[in-house]
Write a protein that binds this ligand. Structure first.
Ligand code: 5GP
Ligand code: ZN
Length: 117
């Protein structure tokens, strides 16, 4: 999907908004969350402007798998593989999704508590 000129994460992909990027390839980029909820809080996003999980189809299975693998590798790099971490995709209003560009949070570096409050 073409970049959305109003999308913050597309602007990060395009380099129009600065970010601390830790990983990039032709399909995904990963960067530090601007407002971290844990000592390690990274966001892995598709390079393409994919809005929601509900916008995906079977052709996107590899993309989601790749996002997960990149996040798992980053967890090792960040030194939180042994202590543990959480991968989160917020989908829609009740989940608190704020940015309408699909993204996977990688959270760790402290005990993360309950799954939902
Ligand atoms: P959501 O609630 O949509 O799942 O998470 C969106 C995340 O994007 C939030 O954790 C928020 O802090 C992060 N975020 C929003 N704007 C920016 C930005 O301009 N730069 C970076 N690095 N993160 C952002
Ligand atoms: Zn976007």
């Amino acid at each position: 999907m073409a970049p959305d000129p109003d999308c913050i994460f597309c602007k990060i992909v395009q380099g129009e908004i600065p970010s601390t990027t830790l990983y990039t390839d032709d399909r995904v980029i990963a960067f530090e969350d601007i407002s971290p909820s844990a000592p390690v809080h990274l966001v892995v996003i598709p390079v393409d402007h994919v809005t929601f999980l509900t916008g995906l189809d079977e052709s996107s299975e590899a993309l989601i798998g790749h996002m997960t693998l990149v996040a798992a590798n980053l967890a090792v790099e960040q030194g939180i593989n042994d202590s543990g971490y959480r991968l989160v995709i917020n989908q829609g209003t009740d989940a608190g999704q704020m940015v309408d560009h699909l993204h996977m949070h990688l959270l760790g570096g402290r005990p993360l508590g309950g799954l939902a409050t």
